[in-house]
Ligand binder design. Sequence first.
Ligand code: MN
Ligand code: MN
Length: 298
Amino acid sequence: MSDVDLTSEQYEKCREAGEILAEVRDEAAEKVEVGVSHLDVAEWAEDRIRELGGEPAFPVNISIDEEAAHATPSIDDDSTFGEDMVNLDIGVHVDGWLADTAVTVDLSGHDELTAASAEALDAAIEAVEPGVETGEIGAEIEDVIEGYGFNPVVNLTGHGLGHWEQHTTPNIPNRAVSQSETLEVGDVVAIEPFATDGGGKVSEGQDEEIFALDSEGSVRDRSARQALNQIVEDFKTLPFATRWLDVSRSKMALRRLKRQGIVHGYPVLKEEDGCLVSQKEHTIIVTEDGCEVTTRSR
Ligand code: MN
Ligand code: MN
């Protein structure tokens, strides 16, 4: 038996974050339709999280077609959904305890590709138990996605979730790997298979709307200093969007902070062949006899 207390306050806060997130994800997914604005959906979801008593753990990611991750609307973004493959990736924290989830809302008629990542996630969750190797989970994901005739995105992985930390060890690969770690009771982990009809690798694009603090430093510029104060106070080391900053000339402020090595950006990640990407993600807590999915629909 493990001596981890899964009823402790930290796990209760993880569950609360997951419950809020499941509701917001399902409601936000309903809003994704042809002609609806990306910015409206992102801001609606972020406001709804706060209404329900959580905080966004990172900006709502809205990734379209070949985009796999790290896309969020800018404040003046006027793009609307077309007949797209839309990945919604949303996070909630309660006092820094996190939940992370994603779903593909497919408006493009690629049912099989959407099903591949969803079924891969089910298989991965089924495989979770104390002592399981993360490489075995990756093998389950790879098998399901290849069974559909698609490829997993191999250079994106699931991850542990820490206090105020969105990405910690262990990594959960999306393919069989020989070097892996084992999961233990009490681990809080996000599993996120990505499936593509392309080669299965993503690389960094040009756009960058999401940032996170690296290390504090002193800045002379007034708006950069105000931005840094807000980042340290409100977001700590969690990712934030340019549009979340309450300072004038926020883009300029971020450029300065980035040049000084105080923040780093998350460029949009795109499938290298320009092919479609579907994604599904849940957060789980490893238990004695398997796992508990904190972000399951209620
Ligand atoms: Mn996510
Ligand atoms: Mn994640």
